[in-house]
Design a protein around this ligand. Structure first.
Ligand SMILES: Nc1nc2c(c(=O)[nH]1)N[C@H]1C(S)=C(S)[C@@H](COP(=O)(O)OP(=O)(O)OC[C@H]3O[C@@H](n4cnc5c(=O)[nH]c(N)nc54)[C@H](O)[C@@H]3O)O[C@H]1N2
Ligand SMILES: Nc1nc2c(c(=O)[nH]1)N[C@H]1C(S)=C(S)[C@@H](COP(=O)(O)OP(=O)(O)OC[C@H]3O[C@@H](n4cnc5c(=O)[nH]c(N)nc54)[C@H](O)[C@@H]3O)O[C@H]1N2
Ligand code: SF4
Ligand SMILES: [Mo]
Length: 734
């Protein structure tokens, strides 16, 4: 029998619609869903591989326990009993801080990750929480939280209507975009130019995105904050023009003085950008009918990442492009909640490094030291959920050693990989094709308001357990309720508590309603689907449980497998602001306090050679390398190096080189190219497979090397985000 199902791809932020052909219960083909309201048929090479992922014999189907150094399959009750027997005594003897947790990137792509990891963290009650956010976008959360009041109040580039896109440290033609959900960036970028708009890409490498732009500026790694500050200074010479937002912003008058040390001339040494070009770009930005500055990973994972993130939004504000069509706008997700409490930072500090907490987390770079430094509050047991920090966080080899010294470790992960090989118990979630999909993270970051819900495409395999149930059971164990306890009442209590608090809020669309009636209305579904139905029905487009007869419900979404287009982004300020003042805070002190350090950096002498990262279309961080269909083809874990740098040390294209940093050393084949700035080399992250105790037979055939053996403890102190770009290195022929 042949059937067709539609689903949203869960692999990256682009949320493409997939058309899945199923024959006799197996995936026969996956291609782009041409009827999808958002992606209209666009997909990348990864989207069609979900069937391969589903079939991958190395993907774990049942829990594994490590005994005598190797992992063996067990059943679920045995796995949970083992966790209870080994985790609880550690908590009882040493307190909750003795258990740490790291949540990785795929959590942002699954309802289970987004709805059930936080309750698990709460049940653990530990301050030692870490996530991939601090090797990624934490600067954006911090600057958005402080400027607009909530770390999720993030302005995205309105690329479908803009006349001018200034894009820094992002390569969306390859990454398919981040903090700016838009399937088909290549097509959308082309349309900007087709309608007479202009795209400027700022990146030390001439990327595929740079090649698709009108202009490419090869900035020095780490130079973005200073350069953006200089653009702001040049624009502020003729005064800010925030337009409608003038009455809704505090601190605008402080900007010229704060940014005075940075102008086109003073930042040339750290950016490598000719002052005349900087002045011209400033003039173009100010003059464009609409324009947007968009910065991403390459600007965030640097020493001054938060300043760069803040300056991005500041430039949009002072040019009148914040919250207007064609500028930087705030999406309205169908499940959005009202943002109330103002954002706070630094409520506590990490034990060893004294790093301030941000969003309830400490920097991922500080995980290893919290495990290996003796004393009260040391992390003795660890949980990873959908993360591979041995490959993805700084000084991965040191973290690997720290993990091997733990008393107990649990991983919720479908693979036995570089990180999970250290776990005493591995709990595998089922294949993504067997779960429902609704992008709780990305509809709030999307360049159009859209909504799409996908029910499971294939039934759960008999041995499998849904990931939300795994997480709920872990939470029950962590809270002391026991491994045998039915965890479902916890789920009911969690949702009931949310309903209670929202009906008590006079500003909620369901204020004063009967909580039991609402619970009944959503209770034909379970787990995340039930929660999502509740969130949508009581959300901005919802049916408000009968009050808005044609409003959204999950049933209605299920009837629309290609999604529902809710229209272009709409201006949302000042209503969306949740700062204490009720205003946009244009110059938050937590951030501007870092300006003197940026000023001082203008006098630093640059290292002769620095390392940055990059992504590849057929790769997804560390975890899709076990699929032969993606792995085949040319070697991807190569060091890109400019021909002049290669010639200077006698390195030829294709030969091997040793890359040394203060932190470590790796050896990789060199790809000599002129598409990178002299003085800069690039190595992708997520490689370094083939380690003992892993079960990744395909990835092991082309292991590559771990770029994070070269990165170290450097971070942006304002956000705790790791410095992954601009690492001083030496490259030597071998
Ligand atoms: N194919 C593929 N897609 C992915 C992923 C993947 O691994 N593979 N990962 C996903 C994830 S988790 C994320 S967060 C997104 C990230 O998506 P993007 O934010 O688009 O990140 P990258 O593609 O890494 O591009 C970052 C760019 O910054 C440049 N760069 C490095 N240092 C600097 C600097 O100091 N200044 C400037 N201006 N540029 C710099 C690099 O050369 C690179 O081209 O991609 C997602 N999509
Ligand atoms: N040097 C350098 N380092 C980087 C970056 C860089 O640009 N340069 N980029 C950084 C960025 S942006 C990110 S987001 C991080 C990513 O860092 P991580 O999130 O730690 O790493 P991933 O490689 O995405 O690992 C994902 C893990 O989740 C598992 N997994 C996949 N799907 C699921 C699922 O549905 N459920 C569960 N439970 N597990 C699942 C995979 O098997 C894998 O073990 O890497 C960062 N590291
Ligand atoms: S671009 Fe992202 S969402 Fe689209 S098919 Fe590729 S991996 Fe999936
Ligand atoms: Mo990321």
């Amino acid at each position: 029998m042949r059937e067709t199902a539609f689903r949203t791809c869960p692999l990256c932020e682009a949320t493409c619609g997939l058309e899945v052909t199923i024959e006799a219960g197996r995936i026969a083909r996956i291609r782009g869903d041409t009827a999808d309201v958002f992606s209209a048929g666009f997909i990348c090479p990864k989207g069609s591989t979900l069937g391969h992922l589903h079939e991958d014999p190395d993907r774990l189907r049942r829990p594994h326990i490590r005994r005598n150094g190797s992992h063996a399959e067990v059943d679920w009750p045995e796995a949970f009993a083992e966790i209870e027997a080994r985790l609880r005594p550690i908590i009882e003897e040493h307190g909750p801080a003795a258990v740490g947790m790291y949540a990785g990137n795929p959590n942002a792509h699954s309802p289970a990750g987004l709805l059930y990891v936080r309750p698990l963290a709460k049940a653990l009650g530990t301050p030692n929480l870490f996530s991939a956010s601090t090797v990624d976008q934490m600067p954006k959360h911090v600057s958005s939280g402080l400027m607009f009041g909530h770390p999720a109040t993030i302005a995205v580039p309105d690329i479908d209507r803009t006349d001018y896109l200034l894009m820094l440290g992002a390569d969306p033609v390859v990454s398919n975009g981040s903090l700016a959900t838009a399937p088909d960036w290549p097509g959308r970028m082309k349309r900007i130019r087709d309608r007479g708009g202009r795209i400027v890409v700022v990146d030390p490498r001439r990327t595929k995105s740079a090649a698709a732009a009108d202009e490419h500026l090869a900035i020095n790694p780490g130079g973005d904050a200073a350069w953006l500050a200089a653009l702001a200074t040049e624009i502020l010479r003729s005064g800010p023009t925030p337009g409608r937002l003038a009455d809704h912003a505090a601190g605008l008058d402080d900007l010229p003085d704060l940014l005075a040390p940075f102008d086109a001339a003073s930042v040339e040494s750290v950016t490598g950008i000719d002052p005349a070009i900087t002045r011209r770009i400033a003039a173009e930005l100010a003059a464009a009918p609409t324009a947007v500055v968009y910065g991403r990973l390459g600007t965030h994972a640097t020493r001054f990442g938060t300043l760069a993130s803040w300056l991005t939004d500041s430039l949009n504000l002072i040019t009148g492009n914040l919250d207007r069509p064609g500028g930087a706008m705030f999406p309205t997700a169908a499940h959005e909640r009202r943002r109330k409490r103002p954002f706070r930072t630094g409520r506590r500090h990490s034990r060893v490094g004294g790093h301030p907490e941000l969003l309830g987390e400490f920097p991922a770079s500080a995980m290893a030291e919290e495990m290996t430094t003796e004393g009260e509050g040391r992390i003795r047991a660890f949980i990873t959920v959908a993360g591979n920090p041995v490959l993805s966080t700084p000084d991965g080899p040191a973290l690997s050693r720290a993990l091997s010294g733990l008393e107990f470790m649990v991983s919720v992960d479908p693979y036995l990989n570089e990180t999970t090989r250290h776990a005493d118990v591995i709990l595998p979630p089922p294949s993504p094709l067997t779960r429902s999909q609704y992008d709780l993270a990305f509809y709030g970051l999307s360049v159009r308001n859209v909504v799409n819900y996908t029910p499971p495409t294939l039934p759960l395999d008999g041995a499998g357990m849904e990931e939300w149930e795994i997480l709920l059971r872990l939470a029950a164990i962590a809270s002391g309720a026991g491994a045998d306890q039915d965890p479902m009442p916890f789920d009911d209590w969690g949702l009931a508590a949310q309903i209670q608090s929202e009906i008590a809020d006079p500003a909620s669309p369901i204020a004063g309603r009967d909580p039991e009636e609402i619970m009944r209305e959503v209770s034909k579904r379970r787990g995340p689907d039930r929660a999502i139905d509740y969130l949508i029905r009581s959300g901005p487009y919802g049916d408000h449980f009968g009050a808005v007869p044609d409003g959204l419900t999950l049933d209605r979404l299920e009837d629309q497998p290609h999604g529902i287009d809710l229209g272009p982004l709409e201006p949302r300020l000042p209503d969306l602001l949740s700062t204490e003042s009720g205003l946009i805070e244009a110059a938050p002190e937590w951030i501007t306090a870092d300006l003197p350090a940026l000023r001082a950096s203008l006098d630093d002498s640059a290292p002769p050679l620095v390392l940055i990262g990059r992504r590849d279309l057929r790769s997804n961080n560390s975890w899709m390398h076990n699929l032969d269909i993606l792995l085949r083809g040319k070697e991807r874990c190569t060091l890109q190096m400019h021909s002049s740098d290669a010639a200077a040390v006698g390195i030829e294209d294709g030969s091997s080189a040793e890359i040394r940093s203060a932190n470590g050393s790796v050896t990789a084949p060199v790809d000599v190219t002129d598409a990178i700035r002299p003085g800069v080399v690039s190595l992708p992250h997520g490689w370094g497979h083939g380690l003992e105790g892993t079960r990744l037979s395909t990835a092991g055939t082309r292991p590559g090397v771990n770029a994070n053996a070269l990165t170290g403890s450097a971070l942006d102190p304002v956000s705790g985000n790791a410095v992954l770009n601009g690492i001083a290195v030496e490259v030597l022929p071998v």
